[in-house]
Design a protein around this ligand. Structure first.
Ligand code: PH2
Ligand code: MG
Ligand code: MG
Length: 300
C-alpha cells in the first residue's frame, strides 16, 4: 500500500503581489507570484461522512498561501515554497504536500513564460503503539500474520513484542486471548492509520458485534506520538480516543508493550508514566509469555 492511497486536494493558481527577490527593485516594486499546492490527505472518511471536520478546508489553505505571498519578503522563491509547505504540514490531516511557486514576471534577462520551483515535503515520522488481540480460530497464527501485515500498511521501524496468552478481561465467557504489541513509526495521520487497522481486521474475517466479546482480530491504536512532546496526539473523538482510555490498567496491553519497548511511556491523565512502573502495580498473573520458535522452544 502506498503512503496515502493517492487521495489529494489540489489548489491551483493562488496569486497575489509579493516582494520576494534578490534585487532591490523586486523588494521595492513587487510582482505577481502564483502558487499551486497539492495536499496528500486521506479523503475516505470525509467522503463517507460529508463532514468538513474530517478533511482539510481548502479555504484555510488558500488564505495561508496568500498571507505568505504577501507577507515577509524572502530573497528566494525556494524559501517561499518551503514556508508554504511547512504551513500545510502543520495541518494534522496533511501527510505530504507538493508546492509550486511560479514567478512569471521574474527578471530573468530573456523572454520566457514562467519560472517555478517545486518542493515536496512529508510529515515527520511519529511513533505509534498498536495492541493486537485474537481469541478465535487460530489466534497465534492470526496475531503473527497481523504483525507481518502491519509492516505493509505504512508503518516503519516496526518492533513487535513476543506473543502472550492472556485471560479474557470483561465481556462474556470466552477463550483465552493471544495478545502482542507493535511499536512503529508512521507518517499516516491518526484517523488514516485507524482506518487501515480496521481494514486489516476486516481482512482477517472480523465481524464487529459484541463489545469485549470474542474476536478473530482486534487492532487497537494505543498511543500516537510521544507523550509530553509536541508530536503527541490526544483525542476524545468517539471513534478515535488517544491515548487509549483503558490501556493504563490493562496488563494484556502493558506487559507486551514493555516487552517491545522497555523505555515506553504512557500518558495517564495529566501525568506521563513509565510503562514499567505501571506494570509493577498491576496483577499480571493472567498474562503468560508464549515461547517462540525463534527461541528454539515448542509452541503450544
Ligand atoms: N480485549 C478486549 C476485552 N478483553 N482480554 C484480553 N485478555 N485480551 C484482549 O485483547 C481483550 C480482553 C476488548 O478488545
Ligand atoms: Mg480491544
Ligand atoms: Mg478494538
Amino acid at each position: 500500500m502506498r503512503g496515502t492511497d493517492g487521495d489529494r486536494i489540489v489548489l491551483r493558481g493562488v496569486w497575489g503581489t509579493g516582494y520576494h527577490g534578490v534585487f532591490d527593485h523586486e523588494k521595492r516594486d513587487g510582482q505577481v507570484f502564483v502558487v499551486d499546492v497539492e495536499l496528500e490527505v486521506d479523503l475516505q472518511r470525509a467522503g463517507e461522512s460529508d463532514d468538513l471536520a474530517q478533511t482539510v478546508n481548502y479555504g484555510e489553505i488558500g488564505a495561508d498561501v496568500l498571507r505568505r505571498i504577501e507577507g515577509e519578503p524572502f530573497d528566494l522563491i525556494e524559501r517561499l515554497a518551503e514556508v508554504i509547505a511547512q504551513d500545510c504540514l502543520a495541518h494534522p490531516l496533511v501527510e505530504a504536500v507538493t508546492v509550486h511557486v511560479h514567478k512569471p514576471q521574474a527578471p530573468v534577462g530573456v523572454e520566457f513564460s514562467d519560472v517555478e520551483v517545486v518542493v515536496h515535503r512529508e510529515r515527520e515520522l511519529s511513533e505509534v503503539v498498536i495492541a493486537i488481540g485474537a481469541n478465535l480460530a487460530d489466534p497465534v497464527r492470526t496475531v503473527r500474520s497481523a504483525i507481518r501485515r502491519l509492516r505493509r500498511i505504512g508503518l516503519h521501524d516496526v518492533r513487535a513484542s513476543g506473543l502472550f496468552e492472556t485471560d479474557p478481561v470483561g465481556g462474556p465467557e470466552q477463550p483465552p486471548f493471544v495478545n502482542a504489541v507493535v511499536v512503529a513509526r508512521t507518517r499516516l495521520a491518526p484517523a488514516h492509520l485507524l482506518r487501515r487497522l480496521h481494514q486489516l481486521e476486516a481482512e482477517a474475517g472480523r465481524v464487529r458485534d459484541v463489545r469485549w466479546g470474542p474476536r478473530t482480530l482486534d487492532l487497537d491504536l494505543i498511543q500516537y506520538g510521544t507523550p509530553g512532546e509536541d508530536c503527541e496526539v490526544r483525542s476524545d473523538d468517539d471513534d478515535l480516543s488517544l491515548p487509549h482510555p483503558r490501556a493504563h490498567e490493562r496488563a494484556f496491553v502493558l506487559v507486551p508493550w514493555l516487552d517491545a519497548d522497555p523505555a515506553a511511556t504512557l500518558r495517564v491523565g495529566a501525568q506521563v508514566r513509565a510503562v514499567a512502573e505501571l506494570v509493577a502495580t498491576l496483577d499480571v498473573t493472567g498474562v503468560r509469555g508464549i515461547p517462540t520458535p525463534e527461541r528454539g522452544r515448542k509452541l503450544r
